[in-house]
Write a protein that binds this ligand. Structure first.
Ligand SMILES: [Zn+2]
Length: 504
């Protein structure tokens, strides 16, 4: 059996692994590349979509699910196995992606028309997501399923609603794909499932070199920021990711209101995100995928006590501009788009207001420039002064930190091999070194590297990724300049022949 790393190899996005047995090809995730690798989404696929037999989806986030409609557009028609909440969340995120891509296309096409250029092509459209949705097969946690010679079991990974690690058995080899792992002390979802036995583990390393701030400290910081806003009778703006982070913040607000800050009841609170509201509804319809004490909360009774108002139409959203004293949560989490931009435009100039960041702000985003102390920013074409009080609170992460990753990993047998993925080179290396110090063999595979899998007893060492870099460089060059393929082949063949001759 062979495993090929199609994405999330020495990078965070584009998660996808191809598992090939004698009779079938199984994909684990088929995610979008994001950030600086975004262009890769438009490159020809590394695999023949029609030859893929089935797909296992760990969770809904677009960097794991976002290119499945592209696969379908190219002819994939096999089953897509996922937990029921993952299916619902994924469909919502796909719909939203098509909507955003179409808006962007409209904007670009207007420009291109004036430049006499053809319209841009959408990565995928509604038809592709309809077709992809038909392929979903719901699989609950902790139930072993069979597809051809593969047996697989989804287990909780503690990351977002329905997110899973997956154990796959075939041809006497047992693999565990960690998926994205949550913290050990999860607040919404059950904690990551502890596996003990595997020949190989594909482990994520997003925060392989970092520790999160302690949850008590994080909560205290959040409370202080809110207290200041109540004292100032001013506006609190919270840019938030709409999957999981928003629901976590809603729950944290509830804990504060009922346990430490009854005065929070005086502040009108709004969640201004139609997509976020739909996602919260999915959370409330799957209590069995949340920690037991949360089912009542998400099913409404306690949220009602919290008095949060869910904003839907643009008109309702605009009305919030007139409020002086309110808490407003809205997407996007890094202020790269969405309704938060309008709220920032109307609130950022006022030194009484508070802006609370509750998630990671990537380099190059508006959120990051504000966190880094910009005094003026451009928002929807207008120069806005940053005078509001800015708070950065980093402990509400839905990702495991270095300590969490190791405490999950150390349950495996000492002769397990770890393949470290889904991390920038530095955190990936850091996790690999830590795994090594626990006595495990670990490698950091390169993109497009193929590894032959054997049961532990017949183990052969995996060659280091360096061995692949020459071939990979040539592949990348030819992919970029296809018209030079013949020339490259000719030159390389001649070079290798002459080197052979000189050896003889
Ligand atoms: Zn994720």
């Amino acid at each position: 059996m062979e495993l090929t790393f199609l994405g999330a190899a020495q990078e965070v996005t584009g998660s996808s692994y191809l598992l090939e047995s004698d009779n079938a090809k199984l994909l684990i995730d088929f995610g979008m590349f994001q950030g600086k690798e975004e262009d890769w989404n438009y490159q020809p696929l590394d695999i023949k979509a029609k030859e893929v037999s089935a797909l296992l989806l760990t969770h809904a986030h677009l960097d794991h699910s976002g290119r499945i409609p592209v696969l379908v557009k190219n002819g994939f028609r096999g089953p897509i196995f996922a937990t029921p909440p993952t299916i619902e969340l994924t469909e919502l995120l796909w719909e939203d992606t098509v909507k955003l891509m179409k808006e962007e296309k409209e904007r670009l096409d207007r420009k291109r028309r004036r430049q006499d250029k053809p319209p841009v092509e959408l990565l995928f459209d509604e038809e592709d997501i309809d077709e992809a949705s038909k392929l979903f097969v719901p699989v609950p946690w902790n139930q072993t399923e069979t597809f051809k010679e593969f047996q697989f079991t989804f287990q909780p990974s503690g990351h977002i609603l329905g997110a899973s690690s997956i154990e796959v058995n075939a041809e006497n080899v047992k693999l565990v794909f960690s998926g994205d792992l949550g913290q050990q002390d999860t607040v919404l979802e059950p904690p990551p499932y502890i596996f003990e036995d595997a020949d190989y583990v594909v482990i994520e390393s997003t925060y392989g070199d970092r520790q999160h701030k302690d949850v008590r400290e994080t909560r205290a910081e959040f409370k202080n920021a809110l207290s200041a806003a109540i004292r100032d009778q001013s506006k609190v703006l919270i840019p938030t990711f709409v999957v999981d982070r928003a629901q976590r913040i809603i729950y944290e607000l509830y804990l504060l209101l009922t346990q430490e800050m009854p005065e929070l009841a005086s502040m009108p609170m709004f969640f201004d995100s139609p997509l976020g509201n739909k996602i919260t509804a999915v959370y409330s319809s799957y209590p069995e995928y949340l920690l037991p004490h949360l089912s009542e909360f998400f099913q409404g009774m306690d949220q009602e006590k919290l008095g949060i108002q869910y904003v839907d139409t643009p008109e309702q959203s605009k009305k919030l501009n007139n409020l002086d004293f309110a808490l407003i949560m809205a997407g996007s989490g890094m202020c790269t788009g969405g309704r938060i931009l309008h709220h920032l435009k109307h609130g950022l100039w006022n030194p009484k207001n508070h802006l609370i960041f509750v998630g990671y702000q990537a380099a190059g985003t508006l959120g990051r420039s504000i966190v880094d102390g910009a005094r003026n920013v451009k928002i929807i074409g207008e120069d806005i002064a940053v005078r509001a009080q800015v708070h950065t609170i980093n402990g509400f992460s839905s990702h495991a930190d270095a300590k969490d990753l190791l405490s999950w990993a150390k349950n495996f047998q000492p002769d397990t091999t770890f393949m470290v993925t889904h991390g920038e080179p530095q955190p990936a290396k850091s996790l690999a070194v830590s795994l090594g110090s626990l006595g495990y063999h670990s490698v950091i595979p390169a993109r497009r590297q193929t590894v032959t899998l054997r049961p532990r007893k017949e183990r052969i060492a995996i060659p280091p990724p360096e061995a692949y870099t020459i071939g990979q460089k040539i592949d990348n060059f030819v992919a970029k300049y296809p018209h030079k393929r013949k020339l490259v082949e000719k030159v390389l063949t001649a070079l290798l022949e002459s080197l052979e001759d000189s050896e003889a």
